[in-house]
Ligand binder design. Structure first.
Ligand SMILES: *Cc1c(COP(=O)(O)O)cnc(C)c1O
Length: 385
């Protein structure tokens, strides 16, 4: 291996996640795999074909740059949607490639109609409605104008979906906000139908919504974090553990990603020495220190200095001293026979032990999203069974 670390993606773990999620969501509901942020750090080029082999036939990305990558690696018949940013000049490429996209304001709708007309191909759109997130979405005051535009320009538009997004379905503290959003979304959908508009999919559920509020599972779900084997939050996990009918002793979701490196060097440190840069770690006795060729440039956060841990020879080894740009040190005094070339697990399992992303970061699950998506795309990814 030329790279100092690599990422493994487990196909069998992914299959298990999809099997579990499909059972929870229902076979008749369209499953859209959300792969923004380089497939939550799993690597688009590696993840997309593997997901296709598991039966996924619809992906969602955030912008045109991500759409270009997925469009290049996906099967021709696989569907793709852009939920966020598209520059005006890229809209014709999006429409030509039959990629569906969110329309969240009047300008985007007019733009879509104009480009579709110019290139004589209908724009495949999902109308994003404001229901209480106050981020993006068609506001009430523009609703009538949007309905008129949709009615007049039917030949240039294929209204594939009507959708919204929740303001934090992973936390009970947002309960009333979410319930109001669901109500508001259902009312707006009825209003669109009343005006004679037809659409294929109503959708609003992300992982947390689908797993906590079953009524949000409509015609289509947009699943991100759960397919990678993470609960959106500890609350979502506990809610699912406690609710009748879905009791589980063993976690039904499996992390599909592991991040591994190798011991680069071993060094004896006598008592009374500062280890690595600066004076943040002091040896109080004879220590054996191993260097791991991974640093903050690779996404191993500097906040893990003197706090993180890795697995070597099936045992935990604590990070000592500061995480450097390309390297950090771990204490392996308690690990017999540790030597250069030994496998180091930064995330994932080794022997009986496991490092989850959140314990790796030692804070809340919420950081799973952030930490995963910060794994640099330059680290090689490979599929394992
Ligand atoms: C990221 C995202 C999702 C998926 O969210 P998860 O919590 O990862 O399941 C769904 N919909 C939209 C619009 C998103 O941006």
């Amino acid at each position: 291996m030329k790279s100092s670390s690599y990422i493994e993606i487990s196909r069998s773990a992914y299959k298990k996640n999809i099997r579990y999620l499909s059972r929870r969501i229902g076979k008749q509901v369209k499953f859209v795999s959300v792969v923004k942020g380089n497939a939550y750090g799993h690597g688009l080029e590696t993840f997309v074909p593997m997901a296709e082999q598991t039966g996924i036939d619809y992906f969602a990305v955030f912008d045109t740059a991500e759409a270009e990558i997925v469009n290049r690696v996906k099967k021709p018949q696989t569907d793709l949607m852009i939920t966020g940013f598209i520059d005006h000049q890229d809209l014709s490429w999006v429409i030509e490639n039959n990629i569906s996209f969110y329309v969240f304001n009047v300008e985007r709708l007019k733009e879509a109609i104009e480009v579709a007309q110019n290139i004589s191909m209908p724009a495949r759109i999902h109308l994003e409605l404001e229901t209480g997130l106050y981020r993006t979405g068609i506001d009430n005051e523009n609703f009538q104008q949007v309905i008129q535009l949709l009615k007049i320009n039917k030949s240039h538009l294929f209204l594939e979906g009507v959708c919204t997004h929740f303001a934090g379905a992973e936390s009970i503290s947002n309960y009333y906000r979410i319930i109001n959003q669901i109500q508001s979304f259902n009312n707006l959908v009825e209003l669109l139908k009343y005006h004679g508009l037809q659409f294929q999919y109503r959708h609003c559920a992300c992982s947390a919504a689908a797993l906590t509020y079953p009524q949000t599972i409509m015609d289509l779900v947009r699943i991100g974090i759960a397919q990678y084997g993470f609960w959106p939050s500890q609350e979502t996990k506990i809610h699912n553990q406690l609710s009748k009918g879905v009791e589980f002793k063993k976690d039904p979701l499996r992390q599909i990603l592991s991040w591994k490196s190798k011991v680069m060097d071993i060094k004896n440190v006598p008592p009374g020495k500062f280890v690595s840069y600066s004076n943040s770690f002091f040896s109080s006795r004879n220590l054996i220190i191993a260097s791991v060729p991974v640093g903050y440039t690779h996404g191993f956060n500097r906040s893990l200095s003197n706090r993180g841990k890795v697995l070597i020879r099936g045992k935990f080894a604590p990070v000592v001293g500061l995480v450097n740009m390309n390297m950090f040190l771990v204490d392996v005094t308690h690990i017999p026979f540790c030597h250069p070339g030994d496998e180091v697990v930064l995330i994932g399992a080794q022997g009986k032990r496991k490092i989850t992303v959140s314990s790796f970061q030692e804070i809340t699950n919420h950081l799973n999203y952030e930490l995963l998506s910060h794994l640099p795309s330059i680290i090689p990814r490979k599929i394992i069974e």
